[in-house]
Ligand binder design. Sequence first.
Ligand SMILES: [Zn+2]
Length: 81
Amino acid sequence: MNEHVCRTCGGPLEAQRVTRLQQYAGHWYLIENVPALVCRQCGEQYFTPDAHDLVVDLVSGGGEPVRTEMVAVYDAERSST
Ligand SMILES: [Zn+2]
């Protein structure tokens, strides 16, 4: 596998820090500044196994989050009511 080419569009990948949304044990968590490879063409994000492990460690470790945000949730199936 070529680590530096986007699997979706073939564009060049660039190392960046991104915000990742992760579901864990039925709850959603935001993790900021996760190292990722981001496609400069389509914006697709790729995470290394190490970055994924880091995210799981953070959300499963029970440590204090830097802050807590309220998240508004919508259901597209109910948008007509
Ligand atoms: Zn791409």
